[in-house]
Write a protein that binds this ligand. Structure first.
Ligand code: GUN
Ligand code: ZN
Length: 432
C-alpha cells in the first residue's frame, strides 16, 4: 500500500469547547492528512504534507470540504433496521409489538449476515465509522456482526443481549447459557483486529437477578470489556423495574448491586434520573448515552445534559436506531439541540461536533486512537459538504467563512447527502 493523501479543510478537536472555548479545536483551511497502513501518518498544511508525500501516493482532493474524524455512535441496535419508524407505541409496547418480533429472526445466521451488510453500508453512508452495538440474544447474530465488522476493517464494540425473562421464548437465554455464550463470544472476538466486546444485559426488565449476577461476574473477569444497557428511559419501564426488584431504591441500584457500573459502562437514555442515580453515575465514571431521536419518537422524555455535565457525569451521543429514527449523527445532533432547547439549554455546534468525534471517543475510552486527526491515530475520516443540498448552499451564502455557522447548518440541515466520503482505516467506504 503506497499511502493516500486526503486534502481538505481539516477540523479536529483536542478538548471540549464547553471547557476550553476556541482552543478546543484546530482548523486547517487548506490542510491534508497522509495515511499509511490504516493509520494517520501526518496532518498539517497541504503544501507541507504534499511536499513530503511519496510520488506514488493517491491524492483525494476535497478542497473546500470539511474533513473530520469519523463519527461515533455510542448506542445502536443493528437488529432493528426493520423496526425503525414503527408507529404509535411507547417503549414497552414498542418492544413487544415490533422489536421482539423482528429480533427473533436473528436466530438465523444468513439473515443476521444480510442485515449486518446493510447496517455497515448505512453507517458508512452516514459517516459513522465506530459504534457501540447491541446484537440479539442469539450468538449467531453476534458472529455475523463481528465477521462483517472485521471484513470492513471498522472499529466496533458489540455484544450479545442477555435476556432471560419478560420476553418471547425465541428471545431468551438463561443465566448459565447467557454467561457461557458471552464467554465464548468474548474469547472469539474480543481484541481481534479493531473489535471489542460489550457485556449486554439488555435492561433490568428482561434479566433475572441470577442473570445480572452472571453479567457482573463477566464484567469482573473482563475488566476492560464494556458493559451496555438501558436506564431510566420510560416511566412504565421504571415502575416495572421497581416491581421486579422490590429491594431497589432506584433503577440504577439494580445495576450497582451486580457490579455493572464503571468507566466502561454505557447506560442508554438516562432521562428520569433521581439525584442519587446522577451521583452514582458520576462517582463510578459511568457514561450516559443521550439518544434524542429515540427519546422523542418513543415519547420517553427530555435528557438533561446540563444537570449531568454539572454533576460530572460522562455523556455520549447516540442514535439508538431503531427506537431512534435516523442513522445520521448529524440529524441526531440536530434533535439533541432541540431537546436541549426544550429544557432551556443551548448546544453550540462546536460542542455537538466535539461530541460526535472526540467526545464520544473519550466516552468509549478510545480517545488514544480514534476521534481526532492526529499522527498515529486510526485513519477513520468523514468529508462533509455544507453546500450539499440547495437549501444548505442557499443558507450558507450569508455565512461563508464562519465555522460555527457552517457546523450548525451541517447538523441542522445535513444528513447523508452532506457526507461526501467516509474513510475507514484509510480506505474509501461510502457507497453512493
Ligand atoms: N430498552 C430495552 N431494550 C430497548 C431497545 O431495544 N430500545 C430502546 N430504546 N430501549 C430499550
Ligand atoms: Zn437502545
Amino acid at each position: 500500500m503506497t499511502g493516500r493523501i486526503v486534502r481538505g479543510r481539516i477540523l479536529t478537536f483536542r478538548d471540549d469547547p464547553r471547557l476550553a472555548g476556541a482552543r478546543a479545536w484546530r482548523l486547517i483551511d487548506d490542510g491534508a492528512v497522509s495515511v499509511r497502513d490504516g493509520l494517520i501518518e501526518a496532518v498539517g498544511e497541504a503544501r507541507d504534507v504534499l511536499a513530503r508525500a511519496p510520488q506514488s501516493a493517491a491524492i483525494d482532493d476535497h478542497s473546500g470540504k470539511l474533513v473530520l474524524p469519523g463519527l461515533i455512535d455510542a448506542h445502536i441496535h443493528y437488529p432493528q433496521t426493520r423496526v425503525i419508524g414503527s408507529y404509535g407505541a411507547q417503549l414497552l409496547d414498542w418492544l413487544n409489538k415490533y422489536t421482539f418480533v423482528e429480533e427473533q429472526k436473528f436466530a438465523d445466521s444468513a439473515h443476521s449476515a444480510a442485515v449486518a451488510r446493510f447496517f455497515f453500508d448505512e453507517l458508512f453512508r452516514q459517516g459513522t465509522t465506530t459504534a457501540c452495538v447491541y446484537c440479539t440474544v442469539h450468538p449467531a447474530s453476534v458472529d455475523a456482526f463481528f465477521a462483517e465488522a472485521e471484513r470492513r476493517g471498522a472499529r466496533m464494540i458489540a455484544g450479545k443481549a442477555l435476556m432471560d425473562r419478560n420476553a418471547p421464548p425465541g428471545l431468551m437465554d438463561n443465566a448459565q447459557s447467557g454467561y457461557d455464550e458471552t464467554q465464548a463470544l468474548i474469547a472469539r472476538w474480543r481484541g481481534r483486529g479493531r473489535l471489542d466486546y460489550a457485556i449486554t444485559p439488555r435492561f433490568a426488565v428482561t434479566s433475572t437477578e441470577a442473570q445480572l449476577e452472571a453479567a457482573g461476574a463477566l464484567a469482573a473477569e473482563h475488566r476492560d470489556a464494556y458493559v451496555q444497557t438501558h436506564l431510566d428511559e420510560n416511566f412504565a419501564e421504571i415502575a416495572l423495574v421497581k416491581r421486579e426488584f422490590p429491594w431497589a431504591k432506584t433503577y440504577l441500584d439494580v445495576y450497582a448491586r451486580y457490579g455493572l457500573l464503571g468507566p466502561r459502562s454505557i447506560f442508554g437514555h438516562c432521562i428520569h434520573l433521581e439525584d442519587s442515580e446522577v451521583a452514582a453515575l458520576a462517582e463510578s465514571g459511568s457514561i450516559a448515552a443521550f439518544c434524542p431521536t429515540s427519546n422523542l419518537f418513543l415519547g420517553s422524555g427530555l435528557f438533561d445534559k446540563q444537570r449531568l455535565d454539572k454533576a460530572g457525569v460522562r455523556v455520549a451521543l447516540a442514535t439508538d436506531v431503531g427506537g431512534g429514527t435516523s442513522y445520521s449523527m448529524l440529524a441526531t445532533a440536530a434533535e439533541g439541540y432541540k431537546v436541549l432547547q426544550m429544557g432551556g439549554q443551548s448546544w453550540p455546534a462546536t460542542q455537538a461536533f466535539y461530541q460526535m468525534t472526540l467526545g464520544n471517543a473519550r466516552a468509549l475510552s478510545l480517545a488514544d486512537r480514534i476521534g481526532a486527526i492526529e499522527p498515529g491515530f486510526e485513519a477513520d475520516l468523514v468529508v462533509l459538504d455544507s453546500h450539499a443540498a440547495p437549501a444548505m448552499a442557499h443558507r450558507m451564502e450569508s455565512h461563508e467563512g464562519d465555522l460555527e455557522e457552517e457546523l450548525f447548518v451541517l447538523m441542522t440541515m445535513g444528513d447523508d447527502r452532506a457526507v461526501r466520503e467516509t474513510y475507514v482505516a484509510g480506505e474509501k467506504v461510502k457507497e453512493v
